[in-house]
Design a binder for this molecule. Sequence first.
Ligand code: GRF
Length: 213
Amino acid sequence: MYKIVVLISGGGSNLQAIIDEIQAGNITAEISAVISNRADAFGLERAEKAGIDNHVLDHTAFSSRESFDQSLSQIIDSYEPDLVVLAGFMRILSDDFVEHFKGKMINIHPSLLPKYKGLNTHKRALESGDKQHGASVHYVIPELDAGTIIIQGIVPIKESDTSDSLQQRVHKVEHQIYPLAVQYLAEGNLHLENDKLLYKGDVLDTPFIENLK
Ligand code: GRF
């Protein structure tokens, strides 16, 4: 069975979307463990309810980023996962950690990357007068929000949009594209070869959800 470890820091609605698709039989995989760096993350309750092993690794108990990342690696490695899914994990990861999980760690970011890396993406898209916004699933590399993009979902921006209303619609798209990315990876239909994304054997130049059949 294809094994996944999910890292969270908060609500875990993306975790829930993946749990739901596994339970519906649309993703052939199991979530072996959920790990949070915060004890109060609601996503831990979602994991518990779904009967998934869950751990809290409190980063404030560690003296350095490296020592936290080492302990985190050890817990993840103990599950021997095929894929590590960052789902709202609000930690900058050390280069060694990223290197260790190279090619098998993915993240979701609330923008149409390469636009708006970092925080406050919804506000920045509105302030720039963009006509569209969205979310991207990408491989994780040491540079923040910069790895090869796997799938993107577009959200048209309305005149009446506020940061909050836009965020809510982007969140809904996240819940579609993240499980889909996991599904394709678990099926073995997506591969990274020399930093190019191959989908069912063909190079996927524009990885929008609409192009995936
Ligand atoms: C999402 O907006 C995701 O794009 C970002 O963190 C948020 C996590 O939300 N990386 P949730 O915890 O999955 O609800």
